[in-house]
Design a binder for this molecule. Structure first.
Ligand code: C2E
Ligand code: CA
Ligand code: CA
Ligand code: CA
Length: 281
């Protein structure tokens, strides 16, 4: 290491120092953001492909930074996970999503009540109090447990300790449903289906992208849908952007879909307007 000493110093300047500085600044910013409630939710509709009706919403977090504007989740969630700040942020997302969904549901006939899907980070799943946090969000909002879906990525399930599995079962025992997000992108998707008590498969956008034009992609996607049916799981196709994809997926009996073809993630006001157009003044 001594021989490389000069090089090692070199890497700290200037770009490394700058990015380290940026990192520290952003960490301080993130702490302040939690205290000042700078986060917002967007809601993207999840649509029943056979009928076109909205069956649920996925809550997606945004950071409204006072100087830098709207920051997408992929630009701050990794840091939030590293610093543990994802725990208070994630709890806020969960509570706010349940509160808003319960509010909207109270204005709808009960047979049209929406589900709300919330993304969970591995760091949240590591916490022993997660089932209590979920239960409190349901109780305080009045959202029935079976209207809440917790989305887990395969990467999150890679580290499958016994406690993780027990925690997921405790959450399921509340009546909450579990979805595997980005299905098909991990190395052992099929193994997870056996090991974890999932109810819903979300087929990753990378499969859906090519479904209208690449026969192999269509075959794989239809195969995943059939697998879901055989296991009595709901299937959601992610990232539907055009009518060709939609018809292919609907023909393949995919139950649900979401994507820009239907709607982008919407602000609370825009979603309100989509759900209750008659209320417009
Ligand atoms: P995800 O859970 O796979 O969410 C879907 C992402 O795809 C969203 O990006 C959504 O806006 C985008 N999307 C939806 N339909 C389409 C489409 O038709 N075309 C394209 N190109 N994109 C589409 P977003 O909102 O930027 O979120 C990115 C990721 O950040 C999410 O991926 C999720 O992993 C994570 N995330 C978002 N909110 C939360 C949260 O509250 N907690 C945690 N832990 N992670 C979150
Ligand atoms: Ca998701
Ligand atoms: Ca996804
Ligand atoms: Ca295409």
């Amino acid at each position: 290491a001594k021989k490389k000493g000069k090089d090692q110093y070199a890497i700290f300047e200037p770009s490394m120092r700058e990015s380290f500085q940026k990192h520290l600044e952003m960490e301080a910013d993130l702490r302040r953001a939690v205290l000042r409630h700078e986060f917002q939710l967007r809601f993207q509709p999840i649509v029943r492909l056979a009928t076109g009706e909205i069956s649920g919403l996925e809550a997606l977090v945004r950071w409204q930074h006072p100087e830098r504007g709207m920051i997408p989740p992929l630009d701050f969630i990794p840091l939030a996970e590293e610093t543990g700040m994802i725990v208070p942020i994630g709890e806020w997302v969960l509570r706010e999503a349940c509160r808003q969904a319960a509010h909207w549901n109270r204005q709808r006939p009960e047979d049209q009540w929406l589900t709300v899907s919330v993304n969970l980070s591995a760091v949240q799943l590591d916490r022993t109090d997660l089932p209590d946090v979920v239960n409190a969000a349901l109780t305080d909002s009045g959202l029935p447990a079976h209207r809440l879906v917790i989305e887990l990525t395969e990467s999150l399930l890679v580290d499958h300790r016994q406690e993780t599995l027990e925690r997921l079962h405790a959450i399921k025992d509340l009546g909450v449903r579990l979805a595997i997000d980005d299905f098909g992108t991990g190395y052992s998707s099929l193994a997870y289906l056996r090991r974890f008590p999932v109810d819903i498969i979300k087929i990753d956008k990378s499969f859906v992208d090519d479904v209208g034009d690449v026969p192999a992609a269509a075959a794989l996607t239809l195969g995943i849908i059939q697998l879901g049916q055989a296991l009595q799981l709901s299937t959601v196709a992610e990232g539907i952007e055009d009518a060709g994809q939609l018809s292919e997926l609907a023909d393949g009996n995919c139950e649900l879909g979401q994507g820009y073809y239907f709607a982008e993630p919407l602000t609370t006001d825009a979603m309100q307007e989509l759900l209750f157009p008659a209320d417009k003044q």
